[in-house]
Design a binder for this molecule. Structure first.
Ligand SMILES: [Zn+2]
Length: 148
C-alpha cells in the first residue's frame, strides 16, 4: 500500500488481511515488493500503477478511509475473508491467544480485573483483548457493510 494509506492499512489488518505498509517506502520500492512477493498494490496515486512490472494494482477513488475500506473490500471481493483480530494493526503480525498469567504484568489494573481472554502479536508483542477497541472495530465493520 502506498505511504498515504496508513489508516486504511490499519483497518485491513484488523479485519485480518495481510497488508504491507510502511511510511518510508518510495514508489520504486513499493513496485519491487509487489512483484517480488506477488502482492496487489493499493494506491491513491494513479501514476504509481504506470510501472510496467506491476501485475496487480488498484487505484482507490475514495479519499476518506471509512469509504476506502468498503471500496477495496468490494473491488477485491474479499468480504467473506474477513477475520477480525487475526493480524496486528501496528505491524501486520499474526495474533495468537495468550494466557492471562503470562502477561499479567503488562496489563492495566482495570483491564486485569475485567478481562480474561487475551491475544498477543507474534511480531511486535502488542497485547489485544475484546474490550472497547474490539467493539469499535465491530461498529466500523458494520459501517463498512452499510457503505458497500
Ligand atoms: Zn504487532
Amino acid at each position: 500500500m502506498d505511504v498515504n494509506l496508513g489508516k486504511l492499512a490499519r483497518y485491513l489488518r484488523l479485519l485480518g488481511f495481510d497488508t504491507e505498509w510502511r511510511n518510508d517506502l518510495r514508489d520504486k520500492e513499493i513496485v519491487a515488493v509487489s512483484t517480488r512477493k506477488q502482492r496487489t498494490i493499493l494506491t491513491r496515486d494513479r501514476r504509481l500503477l504506470f510501472h510496467r512490472e506491476i501485475r496487480h494494482g488498484y487505484w482507490i477513488r475514495a479519499v476518506n478511509p471509512n469509504l476506502q475500506a468498503p471500496e477495496v473490500l468490494n473491488r477485491l471481493d474479499v468480504w467473506r475473508n474477513i477475520r477480525p483480530f487475526r493480524r496486528c494493526a501496528l505491524c501486520n503480525g499474526l495474533i495468537q491467544v495468550v494466557a492471562k498469567e503470562e502477561i499479567l504484568d503488562k496489563l492495566e489494573p482495570l483491564t486485569r480485573k475485567y478481562y480474561d481472554e487475551f491475544y498477543r502479536c507474534t511480531g511486535c508483542g502488542q497485547i489485544y483483548w475484546k474490550g472497547s477497541h474490539y467493539d469499535k472495530l465491530m461498529k466500523k465493520l458494520k459501517s463498512f457493510r452499510d457503505h458497500a
